[in-house]
Design a protein around this ligand. Structure first.
Ligand code: DGJ
Length: 740
């Protein structure tokens, strides 16, 4: 990994074994982009990569030189209004009403390692040799606004992390109206765009389309990153597949409003922007103030989508997730939500836990309903004290009973929310986000606390910390069940109301940080009505997240498959629940529900007392299987093999670090009859290892399994089965392949 500045040509070149990023100081003194992609040789003068052409009608800064126009030049920190008509990376409203800036190159420095971003989640290093950071200083002399552009290149993999810090070194206040974290100008538009989008209960479905002239974007203005669009975007060459071809992935490490867009101009150049959503952002920058943008990560690979995902998985699992749970196998849990909803007593919970313990479950999670006057979703949020009618000895009492069973105890919170019917609301009605003289919209009968106010965060912290100090709580599920409306803080002046969305998220991060500092052994799982805030920002605090409220095995295939584009299996909360499924009323076999949930953190979301003896035996076998293989299922190398978005079958696999063990999940949605012979080409095996197939007992070399494929033909389908159990819809199999 190297970062070099060629003084004479004024070119910066950052590279490692996989990628190069090249930029230069342009003839007008601003910073321009030259290249991002597969590693290229360094040369003393790469400035000939600058694409200059005389174009009719272009506006030009230099009289007579029609070849240099900001309308066409690729830039690092473009602004609007001085010749570039594309969307800008920054917009600063100045006291005279102008928004034009001219960020001139000043200086640079190179730091070993990678600096932390104060108050914000970001990728990190444990040793300085893991990354190197280039900081380029640019300045607009009229306003005195300086920007530090951070570029961290990691030694391993095609990763570049970027963010910008603005400083007002002028004498007047300005309004930062747009502060994107990343701008990348690509020289063509021959890409397919891939996004992860959906809605509640069908989050992160893969959606693709051809990149087109004009603007295409995804984003959120809901206050959370949302069920609707994940802060993640891929540009892939049309010929790229899962295992080969050029792919660039963009991920924004943030949990609130965001915008990611591609703008293809009239000459097929593509500008990518990623950052805080400018529609809901404005920040007053007084003289002496600084503003740090969140971090955006770019990944390049020529090894296709699986290649890109492997880079993100490794980075986010090891250098974004933190804490004592980062590298640990995750406990198999049982959660009482779908088993009881609000209808429980302590004894009922303990009965559920006892049965779970008998089956081998390790952690019991008490979900919503244990606090204040919470007997339905109409009351109690904000009152984080145990309801003694349900839990006579409080949280300590039930936690002790669970611990005595030999299990760990986990607890649900929804820290950012408040019901009107709560003691906290009665005491502090002005602590909610609400616009003066306007009605407050409800969401699940609850309002959003104003986490931009430190006293609000303090109060919730104290309530939560009191419980965690008194009771033995090993796990927290942190929920968030509505988006923000009427966003306005009673504590901020009018000109700062544009800051509330971002300050809110900073408050959320602050609360998480304080809790993980005081309780470092607790495993946090983030949740927002399922996957409404399943983003890289959350991963920095909570190493796992509840992927979706939809626990149906068939729906989960798509959701988990899409999620795997960016996120590692160790962070995907995945449970087995009852049939008929409570979201889609579908009946899938118990083994298929488990076969899907294995590819994640694994747990149960039901009352095992209601299962038959035969089913209990199956559950016990599932739990033993998961315990035996979870190190591979959660921390192995993951490959997508067959997409549920493209056909009747889905398949994926995880391979151990030494490649001796591979676990293949194969799933068929609807049964077929008299079907063709089917084989599944595997990936990531060692060609020379000979693997024993756990289902057939056969021995095959890795090269056969990857090139010819694993036989998945189902000889019973469509035949008279002669008393054997026939195959059904929603069939699935797990193959364990073991080499000596
Ligand atoms: C939404 C979550 O996604 C569910 O798992 C559950 O915790 C409920 N909230 C509780 O209200």
């Amino acid at each position: 990994m190297r970062i070099i500045y060629h003084e004479e040509s004024r070119v910066f070149h950052l590279w490692n074994d996989s990628i190069s990023y090249v930029m230069m100081v342009l003839p007008n003194g601003q910073l321009g982009q030259l290249y991002f992609g597969k590693r290229i040789h360094d040369r003393e003068d790469l400035s000939d990569l600058l694409e200059l052409t005389v174009r009719p009608m272009a506006s030009c800064p230099f009289p007579g030189d029609r070849s240099f126009s900001l309308e066409h030049v690729k830039q690092e920190l473009p602004v609007f209004g001085s010749g570039d008509y594309r969307s800008p990376a920054v917009e600063i409203l100045q006291p005279n009403g102008s928004r034009i800036c001219d960020f001139q190159y000043q200086s640079y420095r190179v730091e070993a390692g990678k600096p932390l971003l104060p108050g914000l989640p970001a990728t990190y290093v444990e040793q300085t040799k893991e990354a190197s950071t280039l900081v380029v200083n640019v300045k607009d002399s009229v306003t005195g606004i300086c920007a530090e552009l951070f570029y961290s290149i990691f030694a391993e993999g095609g990763v570049l992390a970027r963010s910008i810090c603005y400083h007002n070194e002028g004498t007047e206040s300005v309004q930062l109206e747009r502060a994107m974290s990343l701008c990348l100008d690509l020289p063509d538009c021959d890409y397919e765009w891939l996004q992860l989008s959906g809605a509640w209960a069908r989050e992160r479905h893969i959606k693709t389309r051809k990149l087109m002239m004009g603007i295409q974007s995804i984003g959120s203005v809901r206050g959370n990153s949302s069920h609707h669009h994940n802060p993640f975007l891929v540009l892939k060459r049309p010929s790229a597949t899962e295992n080969q071809g050029n792919v660039i992935g963009f991920s924004f490490i943030y949990s609130g409003n965001f915008l990611m867009q591609a703008e293809v101009d009239a000459h097929d150049n593509t500008r990518i922007l990623a950052g805080l959503h400018p529609d809901t952002f404005s920040w007053k920058l007084q003289p002496g103030d600084s503003f740090q943008t969140p971090e955006a990560v770019m990944v390049y690979t020529d090894l296709g989508l699986n290649g890109m995902s492997r880079i993100f998985h490794q980075l986010y699992q090891k250098r974004l997730a933190r804490g004592s749970w980062r590298d640990k196998e995750r406990p198999i849990l049982i959660n009482n939500w779908e088993a009881t909803y609000f209808d429980f007593t302590e004894d009922k919970l303990v009965k559920i836990a006892e049965k779970a313990r008998e089956c081998g479950v390790e952690l019991f999670v008490l979900d919503d309903g244990w606090f204040g006057a919470r007997s339905s979703d109409r009351a109690g949020l904000g009152d984080w004290v145990a309801n003694l009618q349900r839990l006579p000895r409080g949280i300590s009492g039930i936690a002790e009973r669970i611990e005595n069973l030999g299990m760990k105890f986990g607890l649900w919170f929804e820290p950012e929310m408040i019901n009107e019917d709560s003691d906290l609301y009665r005491a502090h009605p002005d602590w909610v986000l609400a616009t003066p003289q306007r009605a407050k919209s409800h969401g699940r009968y609850q309002f959003v606390l104003d986490f931009s106010r430190v006293e609000v965060v303090d109060c919730i912290y104290e309530m939560m910390a009191k419980i965690l100090r008194e009771a033995k709580v090993s796990y927290i599920k942190w929920d968030m069940n509505r988006s923000i409306t009427e966003c306005y803080s009673a504590a901020l002046p009018p000109e700062r109301q544009g800051e509330v969305y971002h300050r809110y998220i900073l408050g959320v991060y602050d609360l998480y940080e304080r809790l993980i500092q005081e309780f470092p052994e607790i495993l946090f799982e983030s949740c927002a009505s399922g996957g409404g805030r399943f983003d890289p920002g959350m991963l920095y605090y909570a190493p796992q997240g509840w992927v979706s409220d939809d626990t149906d095995a068939v729906e989960r295939m798509k959701i988990q498959y899409g999620t795997s584009m960016c996120y590692p299996l160790s962070c995907m909360g995945s449970h087995v629940s009852v049939i008929p499924n409570e979201q889609v009323y579908r009946r899938t076999p118990l083994h298929t529900r488990a076969n899907v949930a294995y590819f994640g953190t694994f747990g149960y979301e039901l009352d095992l007392n209601r299962l038959t003896e035969g089913e209990i035996e199956e559950v016990k076998a599932q739990i033993s299987f998961m315990k035996k293989y979870r190190s591979i299922l959660q921390f192995g190398t993951f490959y997508r093999l067959k997409s549920p978005f493209e056909g009747n079958e889905m398949a994926w696999m995880a391979v151990s670090g030494d490649k001796k063990t591979a676990i293949v999940g194969w799933y068929r949605i609807l049964n077929t009859v008299n079907d063709r012979y089917t084989r599944l080409q595997l990936a990531g095996l060692e060609p020379d290892f000979c693997y024993r197939n756990s289902l057939s007992g056969s021995l095959c070399y890795g090269d056969e399994l990857m090139n010819l494929g694993l036989c998945t033909t189902d000889s019973t389908a469509g035949e008279v089965t002669g008393g054997k159990e026939p195959c059904t819809d929603f069939e699935s199999r797990i193959y364990v392949l073991q080499a000596d």
